[in-house]
Design a protein around this ligand. Structure first.
Ligand code: ATP
Ligand code: MG
Length: 352
């Protein structure tokens, strides 16, 4: 059976980027019944750049768990667990570190970019610098072959594949090479921020959260960056690199036009009107707001219900973590045997 592992850093509540980039796909894959699914709340990874803000990470664990269940992840079908509760992952990371050079880590474009964004300059925490290795441990501990992620994660999956190949060549074929699965709609692989930044990201504060109130969504949509050259309604406008249209590409379906903007049949017609001029940003934003409200309302309502039963969330995470730990421990045992360091299994250490 194919195995999926994926997850999120508990650095904030989950946003639309997570939803279209990864969450939606996870729920579909989970519900197909064809996969063993592990979903990890990556608190240890979040600490690599938030060591001074443990409360942020701690408080967001249940927030992320609520977002998961609200979107349709189901603990009966998926194992949902907390990374730091699986110490085997640290051990795997430690051994994998010997298989990766510093130069290789320095080349990782996502890490490079994140170092810049976080303004680390020369003060990069070692844990942050090496997080692609710990991510390889997370994936391989569960022998996951499928990792549904957004585009920013491709260099991490590549790094994990290299580690698997090195390990299997050096020691024994124990680990499985993972494959990244991107969203089918390429727009969703990297949803831009409300401000037009390349990526909606918790750390950049340019997000619509799945838990945002209806009034917040409306306010955020109204304040969105659009085409700066589209000054007057009659001016021709650009739809590419315009986040309002990118969000419509990601979310709107033809039936939304019938329901909320019947003057157009589909997005192509709306885009054409904007491009030739005569269509104001206000009208497009009003439509986007309707589309998003429609998508997010059921998620928000489910989340509100679930948030009244936090002991349930606690038990689910505890059980999930116990279950995940059993699997990771099995893999670690195989890894140590392959490396010849399972010294007290048998007596090969003292028999020549
Ligand atoms: P942080 O700023 O703390 O890194 P983040 O918003 O980047 O947070 P992560 O927890 O790092 O979120 O990412 C979790 C998953 O969501 C990854 O698979 C990532 O590719 C995907 N993802 C995050 N942001 C986006 C986005 N804007 N568009 C598409 N996918 C995204
Ligand atoms: Mg990130």
């Amino acid at each position: 059976m194919d195995t999926i592992l994926t997850g999120d850093r508990p650095t904030g509540k989950l946003h639309l980027g997570h939803y279209v980039g990864s969450l939606k796909r996870r729920v579909e894959l989970q519900n197909s019944g064809k996969y063993q699914t592990y979903i990890m709340i990556a608190d240890a990874q979040a600490l690599t750049d938030n060591a001074d803000d443990i409360n942020k990470v701690r408080n967001n664990i249940s927030e992320v768990a609520l977002d998961y269940l609200a979107c349709g992840l189901d603990p009966q079908k998926s194992t949902i667990f907390i990374q730091s509760q699986i110490p085997e992952l640290c051990e795997l990371t430690f051994y994998y570190m010997n298989l990766v050079t510093v130069a290789r880590l320095q080349r990782n474009p996502t890490v490079k970019n994140e170092i810049q964004l976080r303004k680390f300059n020369q003060s990069i925490p070692t844990g942050f610098f090496t997080y692609p290795i710990s991510q390889a441990a997370d994936i391989t501990a569960f022998k996951a072959n499928i990792v549904p992620v957004g585009e920013d994660q491709l260099p991490m999956i590549e790094q994990a594949r290299e580690i698997v190949r090195s390990f299997n060549n050096l020691y024994k074929e124990v680990l499985i090479e993972p494959k990244a699965v991107l969203p089918e709609n390429s727009i969703c692989s990297r949803l831009p921020g409300l401000d037009g930044a390349a990526k909606m990201s918790k750390s950049l504060g340019n997000c619509i959260f799945l838990s945002d109130s209806s009034a917040d969504i409306k306010k955020k949509v109204q304040s969105m960056f659009t085409d700066p050259t589209h000054l007057r309604v009659e001016d021709p406008g650009h739809t590419e690199n315009n986040p309002v249209f990118i969000y419509l590409d990601a979310f709107c379906k033809n039936e939304h036009f019938a329901a909320f903007l019947p003057a157009y049949q589909n997005l192509d017609e709306l885009k054409a009107h904007y491009q030739r001029g005569g269509l104001g940003d206000g009208t497009v934003k009003k439509f986007l707001n309707e589309v998003l409200q429609n998508e997010l309302k059921p998620i928000r309502e489910k989340r509100e219900l679930l948030s009244n039963d936090l002991p349930y969330i606690f038990d689910m995470l505890k059980q999930g973590s116990e279950q995940a730990r059993e699997t990771a421990a099995k893999t670690l045992d195989e890894v140590k045997t392959a490396m010849g360091i399972n010294y007290f299994k048998g007596n090969s250490l003292i028999t020549k």
